[in-house]
Design a protein around this ligand. Structure first.
Ligand code: N01
Length: 865
């Protein structure tokens, strides 16, 4: 591939698509000195802006941001006329770019690529076009866009209509004059919302068929924002840098205001400011938690609904236009110019398809469940087979005859949204698994293209001919993409982001919601780690550094980042008293945990004195006694108290339906080993003996604990077995300390950077037990006799130094015949699973714990409903 090839029909690279991404890709490949051929089924450059010529089509990212930034000279030569440019102006811009860099001669227009097949022998792709040409190339790059494959309208009778039919996505070049016509528009997404007000200006009657109302805010179009232009003028590089490292590709100061805790005045002020600004970036970030917390989202959603009601005069129409079936932002919000006002015009009518669904398109118009409508024209604004449609339709076949369509039958699978295993040298720009549609496309596209160009350059310099992701790296990325979505409200909506708009399409969250900045960092890290997760081959051999680039849960990573910014001293450098004060101070700032039925405090008399306890009774029916769970808090035998684990205890109580008795035991260094363990056993004995008074079912008793609390819970089980009672039905050990050996691999891997560090664990041990005592099973229960212990659930977190001892305890218990459930807290640290209401991704793990607790006891009585 080193030199441009001049063999007819052979190119170094083929690029399909001549929109924003294809044009820049061509430019960069040429810069590398590669021979390139571009194809587009359109008659000219422009991509989405070539096809979507309907009246009112505009960008919805402000023009100072929706523009190429790779060449400062280009930026100087082009001035946008408006804040949101029209489709003709954007198309002119892309034509200007193509001409300025002389790109057109390399592009064959009006030509569809019908198939692409990888030849493993030749290490080349064979591309076939609709004109019957065959082209061979080393690199095959699809720049086909995310919203380029129109969805065929899934409506009975389509094709029967005798009048004019238009699709917003394939608008006639000569335009359409609707003057005096009766027009129907089906669809109220971004396209519908843009086109409806303009059709209303011409049509004698306009009827809008709406299945789902959409959130839309006024664009307040006008001149390009002066503040933005000023910033660009003063420091263009700084501005562009900020965009590249922002969350959605537009410079924006992230807020830490939470909707749920903000005052009414702050909520209103922030919302009104975003409404006035008329930009997506503002309205999607009124509150930091609006896409995470339903209550916060409702605040913004309701304020938008209020606006709709205040604009639309007919209250029934207004109500029908108010979205209520999805959270704001979980379907793409729209920017409009006079959309809601249009419904105040006497000749415009909204038909709510939720009330009267379309039965069929007829020869004369549309028949709904209640009415027959006659029309001269029907406009379909029914959307796209987004993100995967164009890729799959292009009939791409990789190694061993595997087609992309087959590989993606259950949903797309990519590494970084850029490549997919089994398809060497096949690149996708803005593919599924990249931020693309959730970002300013211009910024994301430049990043993608730069990454691909950098990759090809590196390959050339290092003598490699092929590149392909590994299965491990790819499945890791897919998991990360889904993990990022799972902590948001996005998967709850029937959106095209979820593939839900196309019948039969797998329901998978398609784009990457971890941010333009987070994505860029991941891509850079992959390169920095020697193309981690890619297999590179060349004449001199292969290279593969396999691995997963992001395996931590995204919210865990965010919490760690936040903690790092606080600059707290390492705990092990503090006195026990100062460490306790620090822990108490942090506990005050967290959410309280779920409501339970009743919380009461008391004391347990034990040989050493009295131990405070806090009892949590479930709220839900059934009435009457419940199983009992004795819980021991974490804190390395030194820290913690009834307050420290309060949210977790509430959560365990609510999830398991058991009465949870959280016990505060004596702490080190004031009371060293074996004080805590003996207290734990004494507490279990007391709770068992007082089960009825505590509202428990006698004989239905489990123990649970986190960290050092799990250590003494495990020891209490061993002591109870040895003492012949009390009977314990099960133990839940969350990230337990079960051994004093700190040489396991998980200490190596996770001993630094994840809150519980190796030095801190050493500090805990030093406070608790003399070295001579650390092999005692009452300190290191892994070293004890494990036969006859109760059923056990162990939680082992990936990024916990204690992970491997938890796993070792599970294995040893199994070996001793104990039923064990090992719950892997994937992507979690030692502490994150316990962060109730903060780390959303911990909820499934705690659900598993709740289930394990329930399973210890006989059905029915014990579960909350
Ligand atoms: O498509 P959509 P779009 N019967 O899928 C309805 C970008 N974009 O072309 O929601 C009746 O959003 C469907 O109803 P429902 C932007 O990212 C940007 O408008 O499925 N109705 C929905 O109302 C955008 O998100 C701009 O219940 C049917 C509509 O058709 C994306 O492109 C401008 C139906 C489709 O909405 C797609 O937008 C335009 C049926 N059988 C687009 N089938 C800018 O401003 C579908 N619908 C830059």
């Amino acid at each position: 591939m080193n030199k441009p090839t001049s063999i007819p029909g052979q190119f170094d690279a083929v690029v399909v698509g001549a929109g924003f991404s294809g044009l820049y890709m061509l430019y960069r490949l040429r810069q590398l000195g590669l021979s390139v051929k571009g194809f587009d089924s359109a008659g000219d450059v422009g991509g989405t802006w070539y096809w979507n010529r309907y009246p009112g089509a505009r960008c919805d990212i402000a023009t100072p941001d929706y523009t190429y930034s790779f060449d400062p000279e280009l930026e100087k030569e082009w001035t946008w006329s408006e804040k949101y440019a029209t489709q003709p102006e954007i198309l002119d811009y892309l034509r200007f770019v193509a001409d300025r860099y002389g790109l057109r001669p390399d592009i064959e227009f009006s030509t569809t690529v019908t198939s692409a097949r990888w030849d493993e022998q030749e290490k080349r792709w064979t591309i076939t076009t609709g004109r019957g040409e065959e082209i061979r190339c080393r690199y095959y790059i699809m720049a086909t866009g995310c919203l380029s494959m129109p969805k065929s309208p899934d409506i009975e009778g389509v094709g029967r209509f005798g009048g004019q039919v238009y699709f917003t996505s394939r608008w006639p070049h000569e335009g359409v004059d609707f003057t005096g016509q009766r027009v129907a528009v089906i669809g109220t997404g971004s396209s519908g919302i843009q086109v409806i007000p303009l059709i209303a200006r011409q049509a004698s009657q306009l009827t809008v068929f709406q299945r789902t109302p959409n959130f839309s805010i006024p664009a307040h179009n006008g001149p390009a924002p002066a503040d933005r232009l000023k910033q660009l003028d003063e420091d263009r590089d700084g501005y562009r840098h900020a965009a590249r490292w922002s969350r959605i590709g537009v410079p924006n100061e992230p807020t830490d205001v939470l909707g749920v805790t903000a005052s009414e005045a702050v909520r209103r002020e922030r919302f009104e400011a975003a409404w006035r600004q008329g930009e997506l970036v503002g309205i999607v970030s009124v509150f930091a938690d609006q896409l995470l917390n339903p209550a916060s989202n409702d605040i913004v959603a309701e304020m938008i609904r209020e606006k709709v009601r205040s604009i639309v005069k007919d209250s029934e129409t207004a109500e029908a236009l108010c979205p209520k079936d999805h959270y704001f932002g979980t379907k793409r919000p729209c920017l409009d110019t006079g959309y809601f006002d249009t419904y105040n015009l006497p000749h415009v009518r909204l038909v709510d398809l939720r009330k009267q669904p379309i039965v069929s398109i007829t020869e004369d118009g549309i028949e709904t469940a209640d009415e027959s409508f006659g029309f001269d024209a029907i406009v379909y604004a029914t959307g796209f087979d987004a993100m995967t449609g164009a890729l799959v339709a292009a009939d791409v076949t990789g190694r061993d005859g595997l087609s992309l369509k087959e590989k993606w039958a259950a949903g797309p699978s990519t590494y970084l949204g850029l490549m997919t295993a089994g398809f060497p040298n096949f690149f996708m720009l803005t593919g599924p698994g990249s931020p693309s549609v959730l970002s300013n496309m211009a910024v994301s596209i430049e990043q993608h293209v730069d990454w691909v160009a950098g990759c090809l350059k590196d390959m050339r310099e290092e003598g490699f001919e092929t590149i392909e992701p590994t299965e491990l790296a790819e499945s890791g990325w897919n998991q990360h993409v889904q993990d990022c979505a799972a902590i948001t409200l996005m998967p709850t909506a029937n959106s095209w982001y979820m593939g839900a708009n196309v019948p039969g399409k797998p329901r998978v969250f398609l784009p990457y919601i971890g941010g333009v900045d987070g994505y860029r960092q991941a891509c850079d890290d992959v390169v920095g780690q020697g193309y981690l997760g890619f297999r590179l081959t060349g004449p001199d051999g292969a290279r593969c550094r396999d691995g997963v680039i992001r395996s931590m849960q995204p919210d865990v990573a965010m919490v760690l980042e936040l903690i790092a910014t606080l600059g707290l001293p390492p705990m092990e450098t503090l006195s026990a008293a100062d460490a306790r004060a620090l822990m108490a101070a942090t506990a005050e700032t967290r959410p309280p945990g779920p409501e339970v039925g009743e919380v009461t405090d008391g004391v347990i008399p034990v040989p050493a004195g009295e131990l405070p306890y806090r009892l949590y009774r479930p709220a839900a029916p059934p009435e009457g006694p419940r199983p009992l769970v004795v819980y021991f808090h974490g804190g390395g035998w030194v820290l913690g108290n009834l307050d420290s684990d309060d949210p977790l205890c509430r959560d365990l109580c609510a999830r398991s339906g058991s009465v949870v008795v959280s016990v505060n035991y004596r702490h080190a260094p004031e009371a060293r080993f074996p004080a805590a363990a003996l207290d734990a056993f004494a507490a279990v004995q007391w709770v068992d003996a007082n089960a009825i008074e505590l509202g428990g079912i006698p004989g239905q008793l489990a123990v649970a604990g986190w960290s050092a609390g799990a250590n003494i819970a495990a020891v209490a089980c061993q002591l109870a077995r040895d003492a012949g009672g009390p009977h314990i039905s099960g133990q839940v050990l969350i990230c337990p300390v079960v051994d004093s050996d700190m040489t396991r691999l998980s200490y190596d891997e996770n001993g630094d950077g994840y809150i519980l560090t190796t030095p801190l664990m050493r500090w805990f041990w030093d406070h608790y037990a003399d070295p001579a005592d650390r092999g005692d099973p009452r300190a290191a229960p892994l070293r004890g006799d494990l036969r006859g212990l109760p059923a056990t659930c162990i939680v082992a977190a990936d990024f916990d130094p204690l992970r491997d001892e938890g796993v070792a305890y599970a294995r040893a218990l199994e070996g001793a015949g104990v039923p064990v459930r090992l719950a892997r807290a994937r992507g979690h640290t030692h502490t994150s699973v316990t962060m109730v209401g903060v780390v959303i991704s911990g909820a499934p793990v705690r659900a598993e714990i709740g289930q394990a607790l329930s399973d210890f006891f006989p059905a029915p009585n014990h579960k909350s409903s």
